[in-house]
Design a protein around this ligand. Structure first.
Ligand code: NAD
Length: 283
């Protein structure tokens, strides 16, 4: 089983930045690729700010922060990922975009490398089949925020070799995570169970059962959840949430997965949650 040293991350949004931080903290050399160098640089600046808060709380030293940041380089060029042992794709939840990206990565990244996706729901096998190395493609699904959430779902498409899955599990463990291995079924474990609940919370707002604040408070105070469902949708991103629900609905046909109308309208209005400063709550 070949070790993973250099890690490429494609996409510098909410998850790409978080996964870059996690991999760099574990001592990997990380190349963060975004379509524009400026977005990759601003993702690294955001990581530095987040690490600064850890220093203030006494959880990290200045030297440790500098070492983590020193492990991350940025680029806008896919070819700069050529020498990575593992590339984790974390761009928008859209199958055609991800397939095109996997074909592009396959052509430039060394043949022994693993290509992984952080998709929440899309069929990993469809990404594997966009490459000539389907046995070295799998899902490595981190949770949001990636630096703090312990779980990682390692998704095993029908095409993946046992070695690929073992290396992905070892990588997640080296990052201090608790991986579970799951079949390539939409939503894997967590999102398949979580999203009907989140969607029903939006329908409850539509019916006027209670306010957004009361529903969130109810699930924290009544169930011990750390965050209410509407705050969690804002954290995930409403555009990503609609894409996840659409895929779950098309895979299982269960109408519980049809996105609530309000969710779609909020996406059309550009109220995507925390990342735009406005969603069910204001940020
Ligand atoms: N948000 C979550 O809670 C969460 C959790 C786990 C996994 N994921 C998955 O991670 C992936 C990224 O989600 P995110 O929350 O970081 O989204 P985001 O909206 O924060 O970031 C998306 C990234 O994709 C890039 N992008 C958009 N269109 C593109 C295109 N046509 N080609 C290349 N890049 C493009 C954007 O520039 C941005 O860097 C998705 O597959 C999502 O399902 C999200």
């Amino acid at each position: 089983m070949a070790d993973i040293f250099a890690v490429g991350i494609v996409g510098s949004g909410t998850m790409g930045a978080g996964v870059a931080e996690v991999a760099a903290r574990a001592g990997h050399d990380v190349v963060l690729r975004s379509r524009s160098r400026a977005s990759a640089e601003s993702a690294v600046a955001a990581i530095e700010t987040a690490l600064g808060r850890q220093i203030t709380k006494g959880r990290l030293t200045v030297d440790e922060r500098d070492a983590i940041i020193g492990h991350i380089s940025v680029t806008d060029t896919i070819a700069d990922l050529a020498e990575c042992d593992l590339v984790i794709e974390s761009v928008v939840e859209h199958l055609a975009t991800k397939r095109a990206l996997f074909a592009e990565l396959d052509a430039v990244v060394k043949p022994s490398a693993i290509l992984a996706t952080n998709t929440s729901t899309l069929p990993v096998v469809d990404l594997a089949m966009a490459t000539v190395r389907p046995e070295r493609v799998c899902g490595i699904h981190f949770f949001n925020p990636a630096p703090t959430m312990r779980l990682v779902e390692i998704v095993r498409p029908l095409t993946a070799s046992a070695d690929t899955v073992e290396r992905a599990v070892a990588f997640a463990e080296r990052c201090g995570k608790e991986p579970i291995t799951v079949a390539d079924h939409a939503g894997f474990v967590v999102n398949a169970l979580l999203f009907p609940y989140l969607n029903n919370a939006v329908k409850m707002v539509e019916r006027g059962t209670a306010t957004v604040e009361s529903i969130d408070a109810a699930m924290c105070g009544g169930c011990g959840f750390p965050m209410g469902p509407l705050a969690l949708l804002d954290l995930i991103g409403l555009d990503t949430s609609v894409a996840i629900l659409d895929t779950l609905h098309s895979e299982f046909g269960d109408t519980n997965y049809v996105p609530a109308t309000t969710l779609r309208r909020m996406v059309s209005a550009g109220r995507l949650g925390r990342k735009t400063g406005s969603g069910f709550h204001q940020y």
